[in-house]
Design a protein around this ligand. Sequence first.
Ligand SMILES: Nc1ncnc2c1ncn2[C@@H]1O[C@H](COP(=O)(O)OP(=O)(O)O)[C@@H](O)[C@H]1O
Ligand SMILES: [Mg+2]
Length: 255
Amino acid sequence: MTRVIAVVNQKGGVGKTTTSVNLAAGLAKLKKRVLMIDLDPQGNATVALGIERNETEYTAYDLLMGEVSCIDVRVRAEQARLDVIPANGDLTAAEIELINQDQGALALKNALTPCLGDYDVVLIDCPPSLNMLTLSGLAAANGLLVPVQCEYFALEGLSALMNTVQRVQADLNPDLVIDGLLRTMHDRRNNLANDVSNQLVAHFGLKVLQTIIPRNIRLAEAPSYGESILDYDVNSTGAMAYLALANELVRKLKF
Ligand SMILES: Nc1ncnc2c1ncn2[C@@H]1O[C@H](COP(=O)(O)OP(=O)(O)O)[C@@H](O)[C@H]1O
Ligand SMILES: [Mg+2]
C-alpha cells in the first residue's frame, strides 16, 4: 500500500518545504519509490529539486482541474531520483476554482488514483494556510507530518490545525491520522526552544517524532542550487537528520 503523507502547518516558514524536499530525497535514498507533490503556488519545492517551475508542460494546476492525468503531469527529478508534480503561480487560480466545485476538496485524491500504485510513498508539500489546496491535500492523505518550529506561538497554531484535522476526519477522510510532529530548525542552546519542545512532548506524547531537525545553514543554501541536502552536502548535520527522519518514518509506518 502506498503511504500518502501531507506535510502541513498553516504557519509559514516552519520548514514544510525543506522537509518535503529532503525527506523525499532521503526516502529515495532508501530505495523507496517517491512522488513529491508541490501544492504551494510559490513552487519552492519544485525549484528546490532542480525543476524549472515555469517550463514544465503541465503543473499541479492542470492535475487539480482534472485536465490531464498525473501520469502526464509528473516530471523526474533526476539527481534526487524521484518524481515531482510541479507547481507555480497558476495554482492560485485552482484554489478559487475548487471552492466553486461540489467535490473540490476531493480533486487531488481523485486525480492521483492512476499513478498511486507506482509509488511506495507520496509526500504533499502544502501551502501555509488552511485553504482549499491544503484541504485537498488533507483529503488525499493517509497521514500528516507536521513540522513545528519550537518557539512561543507554536502550540497555539497547532490547536487550529487539530480542529481542521477533526473536521476533515468528520467530512472527508475518516481514516486520516497524524503520522508525526517534527521539531524543525532546532537550536539546542536555546532555552525557549527546549521548553517548547518539552511542552510538545507533554501534550502530544508519542506523536512527536524522535528525530529533531537542527538549524543548519546548508539546508537553507541547498535550494538555490536545485539540490536536495543529500546531493548538496551529504555530510552536513541537516543531511544526517533528514536521513534519520526517513528511516524513522519507514520503521514507524512500515511502507
Ligand atoms: N533546519 C533548517 N535550518 C536552517 N534553515 C532552515 C531549516 N529549515 C528551513 N530553513 C529555512 O527557513 C526558511 C523557511 O523554510 P521552509 O521550508 O520554506 O518553510 P515553509 O515551507 O514551512 O514555509 C527557508 O528559507 C529555509 O531555507
Ligand atoms: Mg513552503
